[in-house]
Write a protein that binds this ligand. Structure first.
Ligand code: F6P
Length: 365
């Protein structure tokens, strides 16, 4: 066994799930057991399990066969936060700070450190717990690919595969019916999924939060296609895309969540507005949580496994307060504080956007 600074850790998967979480869980548990002799305790349903003391030991046998399985065997939550636990006081909802109790639960279980697999919300909570005395190490995940400190997060590639498949399928039906097909994809405040799936699927219009759009310009572009005998069009729109001077489309708010806003609705609006301006019929498809479900792509399995192995190494080295990250082809680590301080959004002047423009893709500018 290699030397290790920590002998017993808690493992938590927090925030919205994504393909590849189980691959991380498997890699952490196996590496901890085989390389360092570290005990891993799985915490149920994100921070809910830490608050309510629901945990179980994880042995290599427990994680056998989960590499290709979507979701997380531990469960997850994008609402539970030990610093803001809702409670009903005489019919009124109030919030309590139960972080001390959550940390005590970890200590009572002998957990020397918490390994948090999460997006910016869960990692920020992890950082706050660390400031109160519970050491934390992070692993970034999200289909949105919007964490500043890593080139890529696992989950993104699998979501991209699903979104690209949807664009391909919409293409064939759009062409048969001479229709306008609008696909709304996830991504929160970043347009990575829309941009990449749009490019990969050959969309004619791509709308992303980073480039506010003019719906009239989109209509003109599609009209031009019609003049050239192309009698269908595909529009991929990110849920966070906004018309110039307009607001993001909010579908609902989830008050307990670290980011309470849930986006949605822009796809239908774009389809209706284009239909008013053009002679073709339009249909909107919202891809939704299909992007978060199912088996991880091979690329995500590899990245998640590498992140898990590196996270176990950080635990053994005692690199508290760090998060694993991919830079170029190498997995290394960055301070969590830095990692959660900024979002990585699409640069409208970047090579990838220019490549799409070079092909005549319309961004509604
Ligand atoms: O952050 C991942 C994500 O899937 C976003 O792309 C999306 O905006 C949000 O989570 C949806 O959250 P929920 O699962 O609460 O609807």
């Amino acid at each position: 066994m290699k030397p290790t600074k920590h002998k017993r850790i808690g493992l938590i998967t927090g925030g919205g799930d994504c393909p590849g979480l189980n691959a991380v869980v498997r890699a952490v548990v196996k590496t901890c057991a085989y390389e360092y002799g570290i005990d891993v305790v799985g915490i149920q349903d994100g921070y809910w399990g830490l608050i309510h003391d629901r945990m179980r030991p994880l042995e290599p046998d427990d994680v056998s066969g989960i590499l290709s399985r979507g979701g997380t065997i531990l469960g997850s939550s994008n609402r539970d936060n030990p610093f803001r636990v809702p409670e009903d006081v005489g019919g009124e909802k109030r919030f309590r700070d139960l972080s001390d109790a959550a940390i005590k639960n970890a200590q009572r279980r002998g957990l020397e450190l918490l390994l948090v697999v999460g997006g910016d919300g869960s990692l920020t909570i992890g950082y706050q717990l660390m400031e109160k005395g519970l050491p934390v190490i992070g692993v970034p995940k999200t289909i949105d690919n919007d964490l500043g400190a890593t080139d890529v997060t696992f989950g993104f590639d699998s979501a991209l595969v699903t979104a690209t498949e949807a664009v391909d399928k919409l293409h064939t039906t759009a062409a048969s019916h001479h229709r306008l097909m609008v696909l709304e994809v996830m991504g929160r405040y970043a347009g990575w999924i829309a941009l990449s799936a749009g490019l990969a699927g050959g969309a004619h219009v791509i709308l992303i939060p980073e480039i506010p759009f003019d719906i009239e310009k989109c209509a003109q572009h599609i009209r031009q296609r019609g003049y050239h005998g192309r009698n269908f069009a595909i529009v991929v729109v990110a849920e966070g895309a906004t018309p110039i001077g307009g607001e993001m489309f909010v579908e609902r708010t989830v008050p307990d969540s670290t980011d309470s806003v849930r986006l949605g609705g822009i796809g239908r609006w774009v389809a209706e507005e284009l239909e008013k301006r053009l002679e073709w019929e339009a249909r909107a498809t919202v891809l939704g949580h299909l992007q978060r479900g199912g088996a991880p792509s091979p690329q995500d399995r590899v990245l998640a496994t590498r992140f898990g192995v590196e996270a176990a190494r950080l635990v053994a080295e005692g690199k508290v307060g760090h998060m694993v990250a991919l830079h170029g082809t190498e997995v290394d680590s960055v301070p969590i504080k830095e990692a959660v301080s900024y979002l990585r959004r699409v640069d409208p002047k970047s090579q990838i956007v220019e490549a799409a423009r070079a092909l005549g893709t319309c961004f509604g500018e």
